[in-house]
Structure formats: C-alpha cells, structure tokens
Design a protein around this ligand. Structure first.
Ligand SMILES: [Zn+2]
Length: 348
C-alpha cells in the first residue's frame, strides 16, 4: 500500500504543477532563463524538480580594471552545477573582454568558447562592463560593437548558440542617487555602477551599439537581459523588437517594473510581444545555505506566477499591485516555450 508521501514522490511532474491559478499554469514545466547558482547544490536541484522548474545558470566576468578574476574556476563550477542538476540547470559561458586590444584576443577567446560549447554551454553571456567600464589604451570605452568582438559574435552565431547580453542599466544609473531613484537600493550599495557625471558613454550609445550588432548578425539569437535595459521605456523596447527579429528579452529582476507600472500597458506589451519575452528572476545563490536558497527561489517563482497568472490584489516587493491575469497561451510562452526556442538546450 502506497502512502500519500510515496504517491507524491512517484507522481509525474505535472502532478505537482497544480497552482492557485486554475488550469492556466497546470501541467507544464516552467523555465527561469536567468539565474546564478554556480555550484553543486542538491537541495536547489531537488526543489526545482519537485516544483517543476528548470533554468539557465549564467557565468559573468564582472571585471573592468586589472584586478584578478578566476574565470576558469567560475566556468568549471558552473559546468559542475549543470552536470549535477539532472538536466534542470543549463549553463552559459562567458569571456574576459579586458584583453580586447591584445594580439590573438579573438582567436583565443573563440577557442575557449568552443570548448565550453563542447562542455554543453548553450550560450555566451556578455555584461555591462562592456560599454560602461572596460577601457582601451586610449582611454576610450569598449562598446558592444567594437571590431575586436565581431569575430566572437560570428563564432557564436556559427555554432548556433545564443548571445545573452546584459548591456547598459536602468535609467536610474544616470539619475541622481536619491530616494526618488527607483534603483537607489542597488546603486547606493554598488556606486561603481552609478554612472551620473562619470563621463561614461550615454545609455543610448551603448544600446545603439548593441543594436548595430543585431543588424550585422541577423541570424545571431540575442536575449537582452533585464528587458534589454529598456525597462523604463516599453515603447522604445517595442520599436527595437519590431526592428530586430533576432532580439528577445528576459524579465530578470524586472518583474517589479511591470508590477509598479501601468497594468493595462504591461498586459498589452506582454500580449503583443508574447513570442519575445522570457521569464527570469536573476536569483543568485551566492553563499546562502542551499536549503534556504531553494526556499527563497521557490518563493520568488511562486510570487511571480501569482503576479503574471493570477489577478488578485497582492504585494510585490513592498508595493501594492494586482496580478496581470495573462491568458494561458501567453503564460506558456513566457514561462516555457520562448526559452526553448531562444535558448535551445534549456529545460526538461
Ligand atoms: Zn544576472
């Protein structure tokens, strides 16, 4: 005789996916397209399995000056995470762009990236240090469309992998750092990324450089992290999505912008661009105990499902809001199908 516990353990995944939001969120595995685990964390993998989630672990090379950074150990620990996850965690590699003026930079970088593809990496992440922090010998900032990076994009496109691009930042990086700044909590703790008055390239120059990469490599799939840094400008993002069919965006750490903005506008945007938006959290396990980390990630997923699928009054990061109540077809794309198409190899 099976106990209830046995039944729960043996039941196929969809059994677990019943939710408070009716049939619309039932019966399909969901995908979080942007998080940071970077280690073998069985408690996290078990929780992802039990709750019906998979995701993408993105390596970041977050350096700009001449400080040391052990990218190799980050690549190795992320690969180990992916391998131990039972297929729940796919991974994307990265490269150190600081050497962009050195002889052989592109060839060396491409050779290393190809090795990560052999090791199962499904994409390559580039980060905001390109455009905002890395400088050449002349003092000029490295922009995303710098010719030194072109062969690398070409190699990623040829390998059929996805470029995951966190370029630029929310407008708050260029606004005075006071309580009115919606990004005050982040920039007050990370002042090196607060750009106002520092003589760095304007936000639009960075995004336009990214767009020139999109235009030059129309077959390169690009997922722009954090709503492509147009979280304050859904109209501008819409124009970019219209202009560049090879661009999609993730919602990592930006669901709060939908939650505090105009609800009808959010619903209209998510509906019109339902094939181009990938659900994501930007959750970081960091030094947390994996059991506690698993719970925190699950709570985030539950809260976000409640926001996108439910239509009840709720609190999102301390502000009152109301669930968007998106239809099932849109939810399936946002929480699964778009990730499978834009990041081939992700998800179970
Ligand atoms: Zn991230």
């Amino acid at each position: 005789m099976l106990t209830r516990r046995d039944v729960l353990r043996l039941a196929p995944a969809p059994f677990f996916l019943r939710s408070a939001f009716g049939a619309r969120m039932e019966g399909f595995e969901r995908i979080d397209s942007h998080f940071h685990i970077h280690r073998d964390a069985p408690a996290v993998f078990a929780s992802l399995k039990a709750s019906g989630w998979s995701g993408l672990d993105l390596v970041v090379c977050p350096v700009a000056g001449d400080e040391p950074f052990d990218l190799e150990s980050k690549l190795a620990s992320t690969l180990a995470c992916s391998r131990a996850s039972g297929g729940r965690v796919a991974w994307a590699s990265s490269f150190d762009a600081r050497g962009f003026e050195q002889a052989g930079f592109a060839d060396r970088t491409i050779a290393r990236l190809l090795k990560t593809f052999d090791d199962g990496a499904i994409g390559v992440k580039i980060w905001k240090n390109i455009g905002m922090a890395i400088r050449g010998k002349s003092g000029a900032y490295l922009l995303p469309d710098d010719p030194s990076l072109t062969p690398i994009y070409e190699a990623i496109e040829k390998a059929g992998k996805t470029l995951v691009a966190h370029l630029a930042e929310p407008d708050g990086a260029w606004l005075p750092l006071d309580e009115k700044n919606p990004e005050f909590p982040y920039y007050s703790k990370n002042p090196q990324w607060h750009m106002l008055g520092k003589g760095t390239p304007p936000k639009e120059a960075i995004l336009n450089a990214r767009d020139r990469v999109l235009a030059r490599f129309p077959k390169l799939r690009v997922v722009g992290c954090h709503l492509g840094s147009d979280e304050d400008h859904l109209d501008a993002l819409a124009r970019r999505l219209d202009s560049y069919p090879n661009l999609a965006v993730d919602t990592a750490a930006r669901t709060r912008y939908f939650a505090r903005g105009d609800r009808d506008k959010a619903v209209a945007f998510l509906t019109k661009y339902q094939d181009r938006i990938l659900y994501a959290t930007d959750y970081g396990l960091r030094d947390a105990d994996p059991e506690a980390g698993a719970k925190a990630l699950l709570a985030r997923h539950d809260q976000d499902v409640a926001f996108y699928a439910g239509d009840a009054e709720m609190t999102y990061e301390g502000r009152p809001t109301k669930g968007l109540g998106l239809p099932e077809a849109v939810l399936r794309k946002l929480f699964r199908e778009n990730a499978r198409r834009w990041l081939p190899g992700i998800g179970v």
